[in-house]
Ligand binder design. Structure first.
Ligand code: CA
Length: 225
């Protein structure tokens, strides 16, 4: 199922778009403000975003810029109110992939969505936890546009932990998933990798993701309030 983030403050248009896209088989989360868009986007990973520009608390382009600054390749399609050349050019400059001029037909929008989803750069899988974005293919971890430099082992470890945020992953499970036949991994090694990741996450500006130790059991990824 393709998860679409719809950012649109017009209640009638938003309701219609959500309904029609759901009929086309998309799962739609609807944000009616810029603030809501940021919040919803932090809670889950989307495959595409549809962005209205004129929002009550700001411009949809700010969403676009921030997402790109995070290193995300999330496809974004701008819904422009007028045939305003400037906002289209600005939108594409801010990292949007495409735009649709209002009024548009559902058929046209769905065609644009499918086309944006087909483009090769969007195939990369990413996981978002709190304000941390993990780009699985690029093996990069971004926090608010800043990269957290992890080595190979640290990245693998973090990837195992973030697969199930909030859930305790036992040390045995970590060791098993990290396991490479040639290499014997001891508890101490895992602990030392964890402490390195912790230090790096703490150093990253405003990172709200922490690795908690559950004594004698394992580790848990938590997002601070
Ligand atoms: Ca609007």
């Amino acid at each position: 199922m393709t998860h679409v983030l719809l950012v649109e403050d017009d209640p009638m248009l938003g309701t219609n778009l959500k309904l029609n896209l759901e009929l086309e088989g998309f799962q739609v989360e609807w944000a009616q403000s810029l603030k809501a868009a940021f919040e919803i986007n932090e809670q889950r990973a989307f495959q595409l975003a549809l962005l209205d520009l004129g929002l009550p608390d700001g411009n949809g382009l700010d969403f676009c810029r921030r997402v790109r600054a995070d290193g995300s390749r999330l496809p974004m399609i701008i819904l422009t109110a007028q045939s305003d050349e400037d906002s289209v050019v600005e939108g594409l400059g801010a990292g949007a992939d495409d735009y649709v001029k209002k009024p548009f037909s559902n058929k046209e929008l769905v065609a644009r969505i499918r086309s944006a989803l087909r483009s090769p750069q969007v195939r990369e899988e990413q996981i978002r936890v709190g304000n941390m974005l993990v780009l699985l293919e690029q093996r990069r971890v971004m926090v608010e546009g800043e990269e957290v430099p992890l080595n190979r082992r640290e990245f693998d470890l973090l990837k195992i932990l973030i697969a199930r945020p909030g859930v305790v992953v036992t040390r045995e499970a970590v060791i098993q998933q990290l396991g490479e036949s040639a290499e014997q991994i001891f508890d101490r090694t895992v602990d030392s990798h964890i402490s390195h990741i912790r230090a790096k996450l703490k150093k990253a500006k405003e990172c709200n993701v922490r690795i908690k130790s559950e004594y004698g059991v394992g580790y848990r990824i938590v997002v601070l309030d």
